[in-house]
Ligand binder design. Structure first.
Ligand code: PNS
Length: 163
């Protein structure tokens, strides 16, 4: 039996914290499907295509990881792709409340899928896509917080905004 996990999120943009979690999940599960939510309530900085593109680039070396998009309920997507596990990252206690709520709601919606919380390495515990975007758009350095391809794309966005 193949143990397939889905790692869902907005990934606007993918950070080194996400990558750390992807690597840990890839070691733990037979297959990991990164699911990018298509219609998020948040207004993303990067288009869906840009986010998929960056993720595909950074997971290129991981044979059991794929990137795809989904709409609708996460539990329905998990069923469609045959995933029995939802992976979510918890950086600090502050993440826990919302994550617990989501995990329990997903459990209520489907008993066929189990949420697994994972912690990134301490060095990544303070990184968030939101802060990375803010810092970069305001001219700060995000070197070491995101992969190089993301750093470049953020720079391009900043230049476009500045124009
Ligand atoms: O990276 P994010 O923004 O924290 O990811 C949130 C995400 C995509 C995991 C969550 O919004 C989600 O699962 N959305 C799909 C719709 C859904 O299933 N909603 C009910 C969740 S209990």
């Amino acid at each position: 039996m193949v143990l397939r996990a889905v790692y869902p999120g907005t990934f606007d943009p993918v950070t080194n914290g996400h990558i750390d979690l992807i690597q840990r999940s890839a070691n733990l599960f037979d297959e990991v499907v990164i699911g990018l939510l298509k219609n998020t309530e948040k207004t993303p900085l990067f288009t869906l295509e840009e986010r998929v593109d960056m993720l595909e680039e950074v997971v290129r070396g991981l044979n059991n990881v794929t990137v795809t998009t989904f709409g609708g309920l996460l539990v329905d997507f998990a069923r469609e792709i045959g995933a029995s596990v939802i992976v979510r990252g918890i950086r600090a206690v502050s993440d826990y409340e919302f994550e617990l709520q989501m995990a329990l709601m997903n459990r209520r919606l489907s008993s066929a899928v189990e949420t697994v919380f994972m912690m990134p390495a301490e060095a990544y515990s303070y990184i968030s896509s939101r802060l990375v975007k803010e810092i970069s758009l305001l001219g700060g350095s995000v070197h070491g917080l995101v992969p190089e391809i993301v750093e470049e794309r953020l720079r391009a966005k900043r230049n476009a905004v500045a124009r």
